[in-house]
Ligand binder design. Structure first.
Ligand SMILES: [Zn+2]
Ligand SMILES: [Zn+2]
Length: 345
């Protein structure tokens, strides 16, 4: 007996992709479901139904045997088997702990779209954030110097801000896509974007992505320099380490963590708890040091695909284990409080 399903084919394909992304399945396979959803989204429902009946779905670009099967089931009102299997496998919180903090989070301060090295369009990230119950999501694509990640020049960022305005106009105000950047911290501690553009953003995450093996002293100077920059709001994945995953592993950068965290307190910069399982950054010892130094925190997904927005669960569990008071986590704050903090009035 097959279960009934009334979500329609686009919802079924999106949900499959979401569950695969949060389950960290291989991205090329996930892409097929996102592409199929994009193909049928603009088509009239009648045409999709007619193609299911005539068996001509796979003539459409981007629709193969398995995506076609999902569409056919959904059109017929049957729960696609693949969706049922993924729901059974991946449903529920990604981490057992941190549920109270997760419930207190109102948004996410670190996410990427396909404008830099993310896999999905801006609006798809926003829709998924809404579905997760967020009040806000900060779009933080990379800065120009990070060419491998297709970092945004000032011109492209300017164009992106227009897209963010347009998306918000269509969303009606309960949810806000906020303007942001993950700006590279250059070797000398300066930020890789013009002051003029940085000033137009709501939230700026500053991260080290190059020369991670610098000596302790210059690395400390570099990080403190970025923290002192009046535009910096969040220090992203402070050690740069990778603990697992298909990019391999990488040790932490070396720096005077006490000096860095003291600078964060002094300049009102939040230390990011990066939720990605391959990062787990900062490591526990540094997370506890930042806690004891009096830092603010931001629990971020650093998502590069919509399903990864749900990875906040991992960061929340770590924050709970470290005994961090939710009021010190800036993304538990309402949007207005977050924005006035980030503007450094
Ligand atoms: Zn980064
Ligand atoms: Zn990032």
């Amino acid at each position: 007996m097959s279960e009934s399903y009334d979500g329609g084919p686009v919802a079924a394909l999106r949900r499959i992709a979401f569950l695969m992304e949060r389950g960290r399945e291989e991205s090329r396979r996930i892409e097929a479901f996102r592409a199929a959803a994009a193909t049928i989204l603009p088509l009239p429902a009648d045409e999709v139904t007619a193609r299911v009946e005539a068996g001509t779905l796979t003539e459409l670009p981007g629709i193969g045997k398995s995506t076609g099967g999902v569409i056919a089931d959904a059109v017929r009102g049957v729960l696609p088997e693949r969706l049922a299997r993924l729901e059974a496998e991946h449903r529920g919180p990604l981490a057992p702990g941190g549920r109270e903090i997760r419930a207190a989070l109102r948004g996410d301060l670190h996410s990427h779209s396909n404008w830099s090295d993310g896999g999905s369009p801006i609006e798809e990230m926003a829709f998924t954030a809404i579905e997760l119950g967020h009040d806000y999501l900060v779009l933080t694509d990379h800065s120009p110097r990070l060419r491998v990640a297709n970092g945004l020049s000032a011109e492209r960022l300017q164009r992106q801000l227009g897209v963010v305005d347009a998306v918000n106009e269509h969303l009606g105000g309960a949810f806000t896509l906020l303007k942001g950047i993950e700006v590279d911290i250059l070797d000398d501690g300066s930020l890789d974007q013009s002051e003029e553009m940085l000033a137009r953003l709501d939230v700026r995450v500053a991260s080290v992505h190059s020369k991670l093996r610098m000596d302790t002293e210059p690395m400390t100077r570099r990080m403190v320099g970025a923290i002192r920059n009046p535009f910096t709001n969040v220090l992203g994945h402070c050690t740069g380490r990778l603990v697992t995953g298909n990019r391999g592993t990488r040790p932490s950068s070396e720096f005077d963590a006490r000096a860095v965290f003291e600078a964060c307190v002094e300049h009102d910069v939040a230390v990011e708890i990066n939720s990605r399982p391959e990062r787990r950054d900062p490591p526990t010892r540094l997370l506890e040091l930042a806690r004891d130094t009096g830092c603010l925190f931001s629990i971020d997904s650093d998502s590069h695909a919509p399903g990864q927005l749900d990875m906040l669960d991992y960061g929340c569990e770590r924050a709970e284990q470290a005994g961090i008071d939710p009021d010190r986590i800036v993304n538990t704050w309402p949007r207005e409080r977050l924005l006035s903090w980030a503007a450094k009035g």
